[in-house]
Design a protein around this ligand. Structure first.
Ligand SMILES: Nc1nc2c(ncn2[C@@H]2O[C@H](COP(=O)(O)OP(=O)(O)O)[C@@H](O)[C@H]2O)c(=O)[nH]1
Ligand SMILES: [Mg+2]
Length: 319
């Protein structure tokens, strides 16, 4: 059984959010590649594959690597049928992806797990925090939110509204307050409340790299002083619509702070899901969650094989 057939069964069970998040990406990658696999001889297929991958926001460097892997796998075999080609493409994407280990989401052994959420304004940080909080609460975990985006008017109130809706503890900063001091207040409060998970909302000012670096470093320093080994996770929130620009944001944030994951947002409105491959290949940072809508439930843990099927599987065929 080929790779795509074996994932198909898994996909059928848990496909809804993947389908709503990646149909458009499938239109620009999966459908096009499948069409070419059906209609073009294997030799010129390789060139077309390269063009399709680049058009699908995978970026030149990463696309070249995928094509190289594909060529090696296809070998001298020039009469491959559509199914064989699609499985080779799937194998190639997987080989590229797994060549860098994802590591795991970190959970504290004792005491709360602290997750610091960073990213530029409007990328979807506050909304994603609310979605994550809802998820954790549904898993029976106690969540504390810390609203440390003291820069943008309304940001604190926005998170506070979510906390009320979710019936979840929150520590609020004041507009203009030093975000690090809000974090300290929040983490001290955590010692009373004993949450399982703490989610810290921050501002994302990218106009000055040095300032942002200083601010993030300070935040991490004070967090680590209050809770040993924290923050356990630092996740960058990226708006998928920004495509290649998202790749450069990831590279900049990676340069200035230690990231161990990405939350890719707004997948419902975009065909740029190919960017996940480029980001992973170029920066080594894996996507941990993706969001696909304004609904509080519209967040999903990222699973590479599910993703693979959603972008190149034949969605019209029985799933
Ligand atoms: N369509 C869609 N909109 C989203 C998604 N996530 C966030 N948004 C919207 O993006 C805008 C900015 O989100 P916000 O969480 O305030 O971004 P922040 O500035 O990074 O905190 C808001 O209008 C959100 O409703 C998503 O998955 N899909
Ligand atoms: Mg916000």
């Amino acid at each position: 059984m080929g790779l795509l057939d074996s994932i198909k069964n898994l996909f059928k069970k848990k496909s809804e959010s993947y389908i709503s998040g990646f149909t458009r990406t499938n239109d620009v990658i999966g459908k096009k590649i499948r069409f070419k696999a059906r209609n073009i001889d294997s030799k010129s297929f390789t060139e077309d594959l390269m063009v399709t991958l680049i058009e699908a926001d995978i970026g030149y460097k990463t696309s070249q690597k995928i094509v190289d892997i594909f060529v090696k796998k296809a070998g001298k075999n020039s009469d491959l049928d559509e199914k064989q080609i699609m499985d080779l493409v799937a194998d190639s994407l997987r080989e590229l992806y797994v060549s860098k280990d994802d590591g795991n989401i970190v959970y504290a052994q004792n005491g709360p797990t602290v997750n610091l959420i960073v990213g530029v304004n409007g990328s979807g940080k506050t909304t994603s925090i609310a979605k994550l909080a809802n998820r954790y609460i549904n898993e029976g975990k106690k969540v504390l939110l810390i609203a440390a985006d003291t820069f943008r008017a309304g940001a604190i109130e926005q998170l506070n509204n979510w906390a009320k809706r979710l019936n979840c503890d929150i520590v609020l900063g004041k507009e203009g307050q030093d975000p690090s001091s809000v974090l300290v207040d929040g983490l001290r409060k955590a010692k009373e409340l004993n949450p399982d998970i703490i989610l810290c909302d921050t501002a994302g000012r990218l106009q000055n790299k040095q300032n942002l670096m200083n601010e993030l470093e300070k935040m991490k320093r004070v967090i680590g002083r209050e809770i040993e080994n924290a923050p356990h996770n630092t996740w960058l929130v990226l708006d998928a619509n920004t495509g290649q620009n998202g790749l450069s944001q990831a590279a900049i944030f990676k340069e200035i702070t230690n990231l161990n994951g990405i939350i890719l947002t707004k997948m419902d409105g975009t065909s740029k899901g190919g960017i996940i491959l480029a980001i992973k290949d170029e920066t080594g940072i894996p996507v941990r969650y993706f969001t696909s809508g304004e609904n509080i439930e519209a967040i999903e843990e990222f699973d590479f094989e599910m993703y693979l099927y959603s972008i190149i599987g034949d969605l019209s065929n029985g799933s």
